[in-house]
Design a protein around this ligand. Sequence first.
Ligand SMILES: Cc1ncc(COP(=O)(O)O)c(C=O)c1O
Length: 417
Amino acid sequence: MNIFEQYESNVRSYCRKFTAVFDRAKGSELFSVDGKRYIDFFAGAGAMNYGHNNPYIKKALLEFFESDKVVHALDMHTAEKARFIELFEDKILKPRELEYKIMCCGPTGANGVEAALKLARKNTGRVNVIAFSGAFHGMSLGALSCTSGLESREGASLPLNNVTFMPYPVGSGADFDTLKYLEAVLSDDHSGIDKPAAIICETTQAEGGINTAPTEWLIGLEALCRRHGIVLIVDDIQVGCGRTGSFFSFERAGIKPDMVILSKSIGGYGLPMSLLLINPALDIFAPAEHNGTFRGFQAAFTAAAAAIEFRESYDFDGETVRKGKLVADFIEKSILPLDSRLSMRGIGLVWGIDCSAIPELDTVSVVKEAFANGLILELAGRKDCVLKIMPPLVIEDELLLEGLEILKKAIEKKLKK
Ligand SMILES: Cc1ncc(COP(=O)(O)O)c(C=O)c1O
């Protein structure tokens, strides 16, 4: 028994699949203490879009630490936060004609979700929220109430109320027009469903199995929210910050959600940070009404500002889309032919290989085989049937193809079993 098994809680999870003791990481590679190299197709669950120890961001951080700057500042004013806000306004919001108040939340994605739910309820005076099948919004109670997976929900050990789930347009198994149904429900005083304060939505469900909502559907969802006075919350925690080929995942639909939650890669370097972007008209929290000690990790603001500069320094989004095409091409030409029951889907640089039609293929064993051969990737979707390819966005083509080759061989081997 190792020190982790002996002393760490049973709740630990990723380490059960990725059993190495990790030491160093650079770009899209991790190295274990015994010197073994792993290609990263996991990207810290979406926190490492800019790569491990990104040199541009590291330089800014080293300067920050060298200068004995205030590291912890709650929500007090600092030059680092000012610099981040300035860049976020100038480079991210203004060019997209987006106007939001920026709320710094406690440092997890789930805390941003909690803030969004509270604020939507406070604004509307309504309690119910609509979420979607396949959704993942985090593990704290409010966020968990909007998370669909029954295994995750069981951990709450109490009823998770005040959320109504509707089928997501992709992956729910229901051949069903959710928008039409929602329209009927919201217009019917006998629908039995309370008018919601908010609809919370991922434009691509990553944990849910790489399910991407059609652009037209997102446009329709926004229009429905406007018609019925419902707050539209987009959870961009995992697929924001460039993952889908644009900074915000909803840009392809041209919509303007009332609230947007960012976390994971917004902290640039894997540093904890979470933001809620708020339509200014909804910015009605009283001072301290969603407080938290760690809302001002100045190193994260420093890294986040450097990350924006970094993404502005070349065609970052174009490169993401190009690499996404490399992945899609490889899957189509080299992996799908392994078995006609395999299918693929994705957007930007997050792709899934769906193995659900092959019940005898044990996807966990594919992940373990890939890991044994130096590749880290995770599973997603119902019954963990989707192999999820989500490398850092800065990954080099050679590494990307090397990782895909390892994955192909792992699938091939496990299909033969
Ligand atoms: C879409 C989405 N929302 C919320 C969360 C929760 O974020 P955190 O784990 O930082 O609380 C996650 C985490 O995977 C996520 O992918």
